[in-house]
Design a protein around this ligand. Structure first.
Ligand code: 4AD
Ligand code: MG
Length: 476
């Protein structure tokens, strides 16, 4: 089927032989000289805009051109010719122009060029029309495609894990409750209990009356369900939204973010590290090769030196270090840190920064963490103190991947669940995997927005997802 409404990206790649084309998009700028008007039109299909030039326009066209301001949507027809201007191969010699939708200059908010990111966040429904957010939108799409391609080429099955769940995968209790119970009724029951001289907590909510007949939450991770599928079809990955009610107001945390979670039967921790490292390098190479125009923009306008840094990452090995070794390094430089490092502590971002940027100068895979600071499902080492965890930390950002080999031994897993005060009954189906045909297996989670921060050099995670959700922030 012939494409009847070519995108600007397609028009820009045509050979300019005077053929008639129609350009549809939003006006970025208009410039007039004596008998000439230039209109830059962008449709977001690629970074570049196309220029339409009107030479000695008729009175009718001139009347329309007069009304064109930044943000107006237009349809312009003309001949595609080589451009005399530098920086663009082709342009359109306009023969007709139609305004599709006005954007009054006194109220359209995207007039000037360099709006702050903070301001643009308040108009998230319009910011995609800027250079930066158009580029971010295309990178999100391209990186999603790259992720699917990587796994599909390696025999992984894409599995859709549920978003509503009764179990807390990470055991951190940072979940959003899903309920159809009426908060007003809950409050009234507590109030009545108080009035009748009973403790308000005796008016305990009966989740038997709730939609699912028990407490349910939005998932923090698709891992547990992904494991069940890996133990049937060997290699799987999930790629979907996850939700965390952690009160982290940082440039690296969202309450709703997307995560990629591969899970591989028969993989040990070493295999897990190998594939995770190959995965990150593959995604960077994809960005550099297939998104060159947008990457050039990020490199020149958002994060100078970005491309060189990323290229270096793809051609060098990640450092592989145990938690215990890393802690020794950090303790040697204790005076550098606000939070003094000690064996058993969770890494603070100042520690991650120091390890990746100063000690190793490249991405670091940290393994074998103390079991106390990791989730229940990680495989216990023979020392009884550490688990086969692996986090990947990258310079400038910190943790980008968290993963592990999974505990495949029933008894050990039950012990961990008990130690952590979790309810064994809640995990009966997860424990079944260890009862029936258990195998060694491993997996990890890559935060999609963290990946985008890394690849684009953008500074705030709220600017790499269309509509960010964070504490006190769920606009639009
Ligand atoms: O380290 P996390 O919590 O690991 C898991 O959820 C495992 N179940 C993954 C697995 O083994 N299948 O999260 C994984 C990654 C982090 O490394 C980080 O990149 C990202 O998810 N992440 C967040 N991204 C944005 N906002 C948040 N609040 C995030 N929390 C984690
Ligand atoms: Mg983690």
């Amino acid at each position: 089927m012939a494409v009847e409404k070519p995108l600007i990206k397609e028009i820009l790649s045509q050979k300019p032989e005077g053929q008639e084309v129609t350009v549809r998009g939003w006006v970025r700028t208009k410039r007039d000289t004596k008998n000439l008007s230039f209109v830059q039109v962008n449709d977001g299909s690629c970074f570049a805009s196309i220029q339409a030039a009107f030479d000695n326009p008729s009175a009718g066209i001139e009347a329309v051109l007069k009304k064109i301001t930044t943000g107006v949507s237009v349809s312009i027809t003309g001949k595609l010719v080589p451009s005399p201007a530098s920086g663009q191969a082709v342009e359109v010699q306009g023969t007709s122009v139609e305004i599709l939708g006005d954007a009054p200059a006194d109220s359209y908010p995207l007039q000037k060029k360099n709006h702050s990111m903070e301001f643009l966040r308040t108009i998230a429904h319009l910011r995609v029309r800027t250079n930066t957010f158009g580029a971010v939108a295309r990178m999100r799409s391209q990186m999603s495609f790259a992720i699917h391609t990587f796994f599909q080429e390696k025999g992984f099955q894409y599995v859709h894990t549920p978003l509503i769940t009764a179990s807390d995968c990470e055991g951190a209790g940072e979940m959003f409750r899903v309920t159809t119970l009426d908060p007003q009724e809950i409050a009234e029951a507590a109030y009545k209990a108080g009035r009748d001289g009973r403790a308000p907590e005796d008016a305990a909510v009966d989740y038997g009356d709730d939609f699912f007949g028990k407490p349910a939450n939005l998932t923090v991770s698709g891992q547990l369900e992904a494991e069940t599928y890996a133990l049937g079809v060997s290699r799987v990955y999930t790629f979907g939204p996850t939700f965390r009610a952690e009160n982290s107001n940082t440039t690296r945390h969202l309450a709703e973010f997307w995560m990629i979670e591969p899970e591989m039967a028969f993989f040990r921790l070493e295999d897990n590290m190998d594939i995770a490292e190959a995965f990150i390098k593959y995604l960077i190479n994809w960005a550099l090769e297939k998104c060159a125009e947008d990457m050039a923009f990020f490199d020149s306008r958002i994060h100078p030196g970005l491309i060189e840094t990323l290229k270096k990452v793809t051609s060098s090995d990640f450092a592989r270090v145990t938690y215990t070794e890393a802690m020794k390094e950090l303790e040697k430089h204790a005076e550098r840190f606000e939070f003094k490092p000690y064996w058993g502590c969770d890494l603070q971002s100042e520690h991650e920064k120091f390890l990746t940027e100063e000690i190793y100068g490249r991405p670091v895979i940290l393994t074998d963490y103390p079991k106390e600071i990791k989730a229940f499902y990680m495989k216990l080492n023979d020392d009884g103190k550490t688990v086969r965890a692996m986090d990947i930390l990258v310079p400038g950002l910190g943790e980008i991947i968290g993963g592990s080999e999974r505990e495949e031994n029933l008894e050990r897993l039950e012990n961990r669940i008990k130690e952590l005060g979790l309810n064994k009954e809640d995990y009966w189906w997860y424990l079944d995997l260890r009862r029936f045909g258990s195998v060694p297996h491993s997996g990890f989670g890559l935060g999609f927005e963290r990946l985008l921060l890394y690849v684009t050099g953008m500074a705030n995670i709220r600017d790499v997802i269309p509509y960010p959700r964070a504490p006190k922030l769920a606009d639009f």
